[in-house]
Design a protein around this ligand. Structure first.
Ligand code: ABU
Length: 369
């Protein structure tokens, strides 16, 4: 059902329990989770007018951006099964005593515009892409797709509660995303060619005082510079170039616990592994089990199994299809809660993508000294 009322953005949260203040505390990818956001699938449609998304699809499928790029409809059963999978995931975390927040519902077909473009909006399935928590700070990222320009508004009530709780809240400057900022040369494996800082929050993972920033199509050098300058004196932001030209870091490097990292064997090797992680034990992910529950094309790479979500240093939520990966994690003394996101790949993300950790027990440590 389409929720047409633009004022419905925060209906869920406003009708919910008392709006108590929240103190953001998220220093790494593994400390015991206390509070989290899980994405939603309401009103999910692929935006048809987003020229950067079209460029991405054209580059991925070797089409010209001048071609009539075909954007599929998302069948109702995909929406319903995804709602079910997300609710099961959220419910499992609630059973563990973790507080779960959900984004507000937006009318994705309502057009939005800047001086440079007009488009429909993306759906709120991946909070990980638009918001980043670092210590007591929450950062709105500078996303590369115009259809995601206003996506953080779906979290505005939550952000206000974080502000009330004493958290720092900042937003990166928005890139212009003009037509001329899009790459049209399929040989250059980057969607954008812009001097403006542009990065998805999911280009970054955190390990205490150290953050790792993937240079890719969804995260440019200027975005790295903005993050480094903004966090100067507080964090070391390590550039991760030459690993993966696609999108996010969370199908390439997965931090499991202090001293243990899981990497993608097609992208990462002893030489290009980010320098600080060379001090850690490295495990290489096994081949991924491939599957599809619909005819929709994948939006993610075949390595979505690495996109697992740590509940604490000894427990991971992992795609139940990935039996070999589960075995490997168990061998390293990590228990696994196997769950499904049947349509994760065509919709754009796995368990790490559909979450945003708001609060984990623990403080800011140096894991590399
Ligand atoms: N965060 C989703 C991963 C997308 C990718 O395969 O690059």
């Amino acid at each position: 059902m389409l929720h047409n009322n633009p004022n419905a953005i925060s209906a869920r949260q406003e009708n919910g329990s008392a709006q108590s203040p929240i103190r953001v505390n998220a220093h790494n990818e593994w400390d015991p989770l206390e509070e989290v956001v899980v994405g939603i699938i309401d009103n999910a449609r692929f935006p048809r007018k987003d020229h950067v998304l079209k460029t991405d699809i054209a580059l991925e499928t070797n089409q010209s951006i001048h071609d009539d790029i075909e954007i599929p409809d998302i069948p109702d059963f995909v929406i319903e099964e995804t709602r079910e999978d997300l609710d099961i995931f959220a419910g499992e975390m609630e059973k563990m005593g973790i507080t779960v927040h959900r984004p507000g519902v937006i009318d994705t077909q309502r057009k939005v515009a800047s001086p440079f473009w007009e488009t429909e909006q993306f759906y709120n399935y991946c909070p990980r892409d638009v918001l980043m928590t670092v210590g007591d700070m929450i950062i709105e990222s500078a996303n590369i797709f115009p259809s995601r320009y206003f996506e953080a508004y779906a979290y505005r009530d939550l952000l206000l509660r974080c502000l009330e709780g004493g958290s720092r809240w900042i937003a990166a400057p928005r890139p212009r995303l003009r037509a001329i900022d899009c790459n049209t040369d399929a040989r250059v494996k980057a969607i954008l060619n812009t001097a403006d800082p542009a990065f998805d929050a999911a280009n970054v993972i955190k390990a205490g005082k150290d953050l790792f920033y993937l240079i890719s199509s969804s995260g440019n050098e200027a975005g790295l510079k903005w993050l480094r300058n903004t966090l100067r004196g507080e964090y070391r932001v390590h550039a991760c170039p030459g690993l993966y030209t696609g999108m996010h870091i969370d199908t390439t490097i997965t931090l499991l616990r202090p001293g243990l990292v899981l990497v993608n064997p097609e992208r990462v090797n002893e030489d290009n592994l980010p320098e600080p992680l060379k001090k850690w034990d490295v495990i290489y992910a096994p081949e991924m089990e491939e599957y599809a529950y619909s005819d929709l094309p994948p939006l993610c790479s075949a390595w979505l199994g690495l996109n697992l979500f740590m509940i604490n240093p000894n427990l991971a939520v992992v795609d139940a299809h990935q039996k070999a990966l589960i075995k490997l994690l168990e061998k390293h003394k990590i228990d696994v809660l196997p769950l499904k996101l049947r349509h994760g790949s065509p919709l754009g993300g796995g368990f790490h993508c559909v979450t945003l950790d708001i609060r984990r027990r623990g403080g800011k440590e140096d894991y590399f000294s």
